[in-house]
Write a protein of this length. Sequence first.
Length: 332
Amino acid sequence: MAQKPTKPAAARASGAQWATERERGSTTLLRMMIWVALKLGRPPARVILYLIAGYFFTFAPAARRSARDYLRRALGREPGARDRFRQVFSFASTILDRLYLVRGRFDLLDVTADGEEHLLAPLSRGRGALLLGAHLGSFEMMSAVGLRQPGVRVAVAMYDDNANRVRALFGSGSSTSVPEVIPLGHLEAMLRIRDCLSEGAFVGMLADRSLGDAPAQVVNFLGAPALFPAGPMRAAAAMRCEVVFITCLYRGGNRYHVVCRPLADFSRPVPGGREAAVRAAIERYVALLEEYCRSDPWNWFNFYDFWHGCPTSADPASPSTSAPGDARGASA
């Protein structure tokens, strides 16, 4: 299902689109929602969400077209306006709940989990693990997983630029509820990730968006080839750590469901060589991503043309190259 890593120009242009798009939305509406959420509580704030979701739904035609394309693939039918609005409203709901997460108000949310034993396994061996997520549901809910297990520490490796405005509006929260943020794009990031893992901490990273000329792999996703970054998995292999797929699916109201699934264990000798193991692990990551896109389709929050320009196969003559510990391509 997967091909060798590649870097076709057309697909790169679309894959980097998320990084150059300005965040859409009304700052006034966001501030209004935050004020209502903090002063009056979550239920009144969710009323404001309909205005914010309606704004995005009405004034973002390109995102609307991309969302329709995704939903058509995930649902296996033509999505109606209700389907498309539900996806936008789910996105807005996770943003609102991020406000409560950074303030430690986990009591307002009903969080269930499946597969937490896959997190406990590396801890029992005195090691941390790399948690690979996607723009599927609420990645910030990883902090809730950490609080469910005494002594568990979670750090997040991410690019800060695209989230700065929302973070500035929401505030930094309390030190006990906000995980350490490791800024990607610097050599020091890989050193800090390695240190966290050796200290028995989990490091979360999003691995569904390719960026620039970073190494990427073509994998069939929801019926068509798409580019997925190879950097995070290569970094895990270089650091010889375990990798766990994680997503926290929003299921309406105040309900979230965390799912953890094993992806790879690079701490052990890998039959067939490391590159083959990396390709297989990326393929499994994409298969799990597709599974939960179909089971919870309104949780996909990539509002750009995810498949645009991706070739049907990689060009063997143009393999992507990077340093073994290069995590470029991970996104937030």
